[in-house]
Design a protein around this ligand. Structure first.
Ligand SMILES: [Zn+2]
Length: 367
C-alpha cells in the first residue's frame, strides 16, 4: 500500500528543518534541574556525594574569602602601628634627652640642691620623679615632662593594640590553615566524585551549571555591570587555564584597603599545570601582591592576568600557543601562607584596560 501521506518521522524532520531555517540562532536547549537528576539517577549516590562536596567547597571558598580580607587588614594595621610605635620611641628618646639636658643646665645654674642628682639618676624616670628636679623645674621642664608622659601613654596604647592584633592574627592564621586544608580536601573530593558520575550525568550537570552561569552573566550584563563578563565571541578559542580546578564567582568581593576582587580565584593542587588560555605573548612579573604573575596578551588583543603562581614555565616576552603550560599553581604574593590558587583576570581592551568578571568565560571553558 502506497500513500503519499507524510510519515510522523518526516514531519518531525521537516519541522526541525523549518525551525532551524526560521530561527537564525537557535538557543541551546535549557537543562532543568530535574533533567540533570534523571540523567544522574543511575549514579544517584555518587551524584549526592558530588553535590555535597561542591557545597562544602563553596562554603569553604567563601569562608576563605572572609579570612583573607581580615588577615590582610590586620597585617596592614600592624605595619602602620609598628611604624607609629617606632616614631613614638624616637620622640620619647628625644624628649628624654631634652629633660636630661634641662636637668644638667639647672644643676649648672645651681638650681638643684642635690648636685649629684643628675649624675646618680639611673634613668630619666628617677630624675623626673626626684623632688629636687621637680621643685626646681621651670615651666619649660614641666612641658617636657607632659610631652613625655603623653608620648609614653600613646606608645603604650599602640603596644597594647599591637599585642591584641597579634593575638587575633595568630587565631585567624590558624583558622586559615584549617580552611586551606578543608579546601584541599573538598576540591579533591569534588573532582573525585565528579569523575565517578556517568557520562550523561556529567554532561548534563556541566551544561546545567554553564547555563546558570550564563543566565547570571546575561542578567549582570543587562544591568551594565562588569560582573557580566564578556560574551564568548570576545575570547575566541578560550582554553580552560586550570583543568580540574574549583572556583566560585567572587567578582566584586571586598578586599583590604577598600579594594574589591577583580578576578576569579581558581583553586586546585599545589604546582598543578597552568595553561595559556589563548595564543599570544607572555610577560612575567615577580613581587608585589601578585607574587609570581603572568600577563598573557592574546593575538586578538584581550589581556589575561595570572597571579600567585609557584613558578613559570615561560620566559618573559615569549610567544605561547593556547593550551601550552605557562606556569604552576601556587600561593605567592599576598596569597602566601594560604590555599594555592590562581587569581585570574580578564581585560577585554588589553593590559591597560579595566578588568571584567572572568567567571562566565571560565565557566564556559572549564565546566
Ligand atoms: Zn583573587
Amino acid at each position: 500500500m502506497s500513500r503519499s501521506v507524510p510519515t510522523r518521522g518526516s514531519i518531525l524532520l521537516l519541522s526541525v528543518a523549518l525551525v532551524a531555517t526560521l530561527a537564525p540562532r537557535p538557543a541551546p536547549a535549557a537543562v532543568t534541574k530535574s533533567q540533570v537528576q534523571a540523567a544522574c539517577a543511575d549514579s544517584d549516590t555518587q551524584y549526592q556525594v558530588y553535590l555535597d562536596a561542591r557545597k562544602r567547597f563553596e562554603e569553604a571558598a567563601l569562608q576563605y574569602e572572609q579570612i583573607r580580607v581580615e588577615i590582610d587588614e590586620l597585617e596592614h594595621a600592624q605595619e602602620f602601628a609598628t611604624r607609629v610605635a617606632a616614631n613614638r620611641r624616637q620622640e620619647i628618646a628625644d624628649v628624654e634627652r631634652r629633660i636630661r639636658e634641662q636637668a644638667i643646665e639647672r644643676y649648672m645654674q645651681g638650681g638643684a640642691a642635690n648636685s649629684e642628682l643628675v649624675f646618680l639618676a639611673g634613668s630619666v624616670d628617677e630624675l623626673i620623679t626626684g623632688q629636687e628636679f621637680l621643685s626646681a623645674a621651670s615651666e619649660a621642664d614641666v612641658g617636657s615632662l607632659d610631652d613625655l608622659l603623653a608620648l609614653r601613654a600613646d606608645l603604650q596604647r599602640f603596644q597594647d593594640e599591637l599585642a591584641e592584633r597579634e593575638t587575633r592574627l595568630r587565631e585567624v592564621e590558624e583558622l586559615r590553615a584549617q580552611i586551606t586544608a578543608e579546601l584541599e580536601e573538598v576540591t579533591n573530593a569534588e573532582r573525585e566524585a565528579f569523575g565517578k558520575l556517568s557520562a550523561d550525568c556529567k554532561r548534563l550537570r556541566r551544561q546545567y551549571e554553564r547555563e546558570l552561569a550564563a543566565a547570571r552573566a546575561r542578567e549582570a550584563a543587562r544591568r551594565g555591570s562588569a560582573a557580566g563578563g564578556v560574551p564568548s565571541g570576545a575570547t575566541p578559542g578560550f582554553v580552560c587555564p586550570f583543568p580540574g580546578s574549583s572556583f566560585i564567582d567572587t567578582w566584586g568581593a571586598p578586599r583590604s584597603g577598600g579594594r574589591t576582587h577583580k578576578g576569579t580565584d581558581i583553586f586546585g593542587p599545589w604546582n598543578a599545570n597552568i595553561i595559556a588560555v589563548a595564543s599570544g605573548t607572555v610577560v612575567t612579573r615577580v613581587g608585589g601582591l601578585g607574587g609570581y604573575a603572568i600577563w598573557l596578551i592574546s593575538d586578538y588583543g584581550v589581556a589575561y592576568y595570572y597571579a600567585h603562581l609557584s613558578g613559570f614555565n615561560v620566559k618573559s616576552g615569549q610567544r605561547v600557543e593556547a593550551g601550552q603550560v605557562i606556569g604552576f599553581n601556587g600561593n605567592s604574593g599576598n596569597a602566601r601562607g594560604g590555599a594555592p590558587h590562581v587569581h585570574f583576570q580578564l581585560h577585554p581592551g588589553g593590559r591597560g584596560s579595566a578588568a571584567v568578571n572572568p567567571y562566565p568565560t571560565l565557566k564556559r571553558a572549564c565546566g
